[in-house]
Write a protein of this length. Structure first.
Length: 233
């Protein structure tokens, strides 16, 4: 048996028993909870990186699992869930994580597991401060940065500590912590026969590129995206 949902909205200024302003919203198969601050963009353009998401489906397999590190509210996780056996989605920022879980529940997705942790190297494990730099949950980082709106304590774990296997694709968007994350995933990569990695790198990250090359990966810059790369073993 599977539970499906609809949305009931009420005014927070009225008593709960007041039903005059109730709204009922029916839902499609996939439901994306998205930050309202970007509403005008979504209305005009649809999902961020929608063309990249469509392109990366070719690297998914229904008998392999997907790791979505830096899942935000679930755009990649939801869109690719039908093309994978299972999706493991990681989002450390609390409210963004809650939106991710809401997207999964409203989309009735049983093959997505959400984790409210950040991923990093063994040296980073434990409690640390996540720097919030935007009102849409994007760009948050544990790396040094400017224009910090606030900070939030999060937990960092290594991917190896979770003992996930049968991985076919890893998507990594962790705002400058990609090298640390993958250095904490050495056993996971080996156990899954070195899966394809889709990752973001806003700057030339020599340690990251060198690490992947030493493992045997070949890296290409994805056409149309100056900061997105694909690593194939």
């Amino acid at each position: 048996m599977s539970t499906k949902y609809f949305l009931l909205t009420k005014s927070s200024r009225d008593p709960v028993e007041n039903d005059e302003k109730n709204q009922i919203i029916s839902l499609n198969d996939l439901v994306y909870l998205l930050p309202q601050v970007n509403l005008s963009y979504y209305l005009s353009n649809g999902l961020f990186e929608k063309n990249l998401i469509e392109w990366v489906k070719q690297f998914c397999s229904k008998d392999k699992n997907l790791i979505d590190a830096g899942a935000h509210t679930g755009t990649y996780a939801l869109s690719l869930s039908n093309y994978c056996q299972h999706v493991y989605a990681f989002e450390p920022q609390k409210m963004t994580y809650y939106a991710l879980c809401g997207s999964v529940a409203l989309s009735n997705k049983h093959n997505i597991t959400c984790y409210n942790v950040g991923l990093g190297s063994p040296e980073q494990c434990g409690k640390t401060q996540l720097k919030i730099v935007s009102n849409d949950g994007g760009g948050s980082t544990i790396q040094p940065c400017q224009n910090i709106l606030r900070e939030e304590e999060i937990t960092i774990e290594t991917l190896d500590h979770l003992h996930l296997d049968n991985i076919g694709l890893i998507k990594v968007d962790v705002e400058g912590n990609e090298h640390s994350l993958l250095s904490g995933a050495r056993q996971t990569l080996e156990r899954s026969n070195y899966p394809t990695i889709l990752f973001e790198s806003n700057q030339t990250n020599e340690p990251l590129f060198s690490y992947l090359s030493q493992l045997g990966y070949k890296i290409i810059n994805i056409r149309g995206y100056t900061n997105m790369f694909l690593a194939n073993f």
